[in-house]
Design a protein around this ligand. Structure first.
Ligand code: HEC
Length: 170
């Protein structure tokens, strides 16, 4: 192989590994500001109790069982992660053990139509609903930084999912 051939070969190898990298580590290829928002959103998802004073039930057969253990290292009060376990990547569990969908494609299927309340429910509406009724805390403001960080996080875990407005959750 001449030197030109080697250069061409190296280009192909770099090109292919670049594609693999882009697919595997999407968050890693985001511009700095957005990457920061995704990272903050992940922390909020796992640790923020939104001022809640509700303690997860420690003996429930659910994700709650693991909270507040390990010498009190985990959050003592409710968080998103109490119900949406593994960062929302797998199916979640409620305190009574009931399973709920994962949040894998949530950002790709909102907004939805609620027949019950006759209105369009956006991703932001759903987040506020979960903080108010699930965490029993103060919902983050529309347009605020906490909301932007959480929305960025939910979109990052939905990267590559099929956009299907109103579609089913995974
Ligand atoms: C007490 C349990 C609980 C907590 C805590 C909770 N959620 Fe939920 N979440 C649910 C349930 C149950 C649903 C499914 C339907 C519903 O009630 O709206 C849901 C649905 C969702 C959905 C839509 C996907 C779907 O399957 O309907 C998103 C997005 C979501 N939650 C985000 C969050 C975020 C972000 C937080 C933290 C700010 C959070 N949730 C905290 C119980 C919870």
């Amino acid at each position: 192989m001449g030197s030109r051939g080697i250069v061409r070969w190296a280009r192909i190898v770099l090109g292919v590994s670049g594609l693999v990298w882009a697919g595997a580590g999407f968050a890693g290829s985001l511009p700095g500001g957005l990457q920061g928002a995704v990272a903050r959103g992940a922390r909020i998802f796992n640790d923020d109790t939104f001022g809640s004073r509700v303690r997860p039930v420690p003996d429930a057969a659910s994700a709650f069982a693991d909270m507040g253990r390990a010498g009190g290292a985990g959050p003592q009060f409710m968080t998103c992660a109490a119900c949406h376990i593994h960062g929302g990547l797998t199916r979640g569990r409620l305190p009574d053990g009931r399973r709920i969908a994962s949040l894998r494609n949530a950002a790709a299927v909102f907004p939805r139509y609620s027949a019950k309340s006759h209105r369009i429910v956006t991703l932001e509406d759903q987040i506020r609903h979960c903080v108010k009724d699930g965490i029993v805390g103060r919902p983050p403001a529309f347009g605020g930084r906490t909301m932007a960080d959480l929305v960025s996080y939910l979109h990052s875990i939905a990267a590559g999912q099929r956009v299907a407005i109103g579609g089913p959750f995974h």
